[in-house]
Design a binder for this molecule. Structure first.
Ligand SMILES: *Cc1c(COP(=O)(O)O)cnc(C)c1O
Length: 276
């Protein structure tokens, strides 16, 4: 199915020095771009967090990014989460970090004061894969229907855990994209907020795939207004709906000016992907 997984060993932990340096340079450039955009928008330094989008990257590449300052990661595919998470968690523990729900529990037991690296799922989730990601990810950013939210809630409740969710909204209306219709977002957010086992943390969108700056910004601005309306509703379980996950390699400055709190960046950190 995912052919590249046959060509690249995603569990590989050792990369050469030149590659590690390339990734560190990428991280530093992106952190500089974020700081410049925060400043240009008159926003507080550090108000936007960087999530490294790690699809197609191996454990060694992800560790290099974390060593260079990345403090949040996101995977697209449950299969990649499954292949990488154990090795990643183990190596991170050696560096004083914890990853995933299971690892943080282990850290709590041993009393280790590890810095937690939030692990997000940012790609589409089929309901038969929920069990695969729930023990590992802190937040699922790609929840776009009541049916999916209910299935995740049921699984989380069975495990006695609470999982963070972002409601994904298809602001551009492009058919290739997942996400709920913008007109349904407020109603869906209220219903998700009232479900046990889920913690509604905010909204997510993917910017319009166009060159026109105004069109891209309008989608981001609309997501921000939607978030503000959800917060203002005072509905049960919506007071924590604060995050706006928007902005990627090519549009992160626009997103930050429109209020983004999390930018998801792959290419600008790791280089072009050899696989889709
Ligand atoms: C791949 C991906 C990103 C990062 O995209 P880049 O253009 O490589 O920065 C962000 N969000 C999602 C959902 C992705 O799949």
């Amino acid at each position: 199915m995912t052919a590249y997984m046959d060509h690249k060993d995603l569990a590989n932990e050792i990369i050469d020095q030149a590659r590690a340096q390339e990734i560190a340079d990428g991280v530093h450039r992106v952190l500089d771009r974020i700081a410049a955009a925060e400043s240009a928008a008159g926003r507080e330094a550090g108000s936007v967090r960087l999530l490294a989008a790690t699809k197609t990257r191996d454990v060694g590449e992800i560790l290099a990014a974390i060593d260079a300052g990345v403090r949040m990661i996101g995977e697209n595919r449950p299969q990649e989460v499954a292949v990488k998470s154990a090795g990643l968690a183990k190596r991170l523990e050696e560096h004083g970090f914890s990853l995933g729900v299971v690892e943080s529990d282990a850290a709590a037991v041993t009393g280790a004061a590890a810095t937690h690296i939030p692990f997000h799922l940012i790609g589409q989730l089929q309901s038969n894969k929920i069990g695969k990601v729930l023990p590992v990810v802190d937040t699922i950013e790609s929840v776009d229907s009541i049916e999916l939210a209910e299935k995740i809630a049921r699984r989380a409740t069975m495990r006695g855990i609470t999982v963070g969710v972002l409601l994904e909204v298809n602001e551009s209306g492009e058919e290739s994209k997942s996400g709920c219709a913008p007109s349904h977002a407020i109603d869906l957010a209220k219903r998700i907020g009232s479900m046990g086992g889920l913690e509604l943390q905010g909204l997510m969108t993917i910017g319009a795939h166009v060159d026109d700056e105004r069109t891209i910004r309008e989608g981001f601005a609309h997501l921000r207004r939607t978030r503000d309306q959800i917060l203002a509703s005072g509905a049960e379980g919506t007071s924590g709906c604060t995050e706006l996950s928007m902005g990627m390699t090519h549009d992160l400055a626009y997103a930050i000016e429109e209020g983004s709190t999390i930018v998801r960046v792959g290419t600008a950190i790791f280089g072009e992907r050899a696989f889709i």
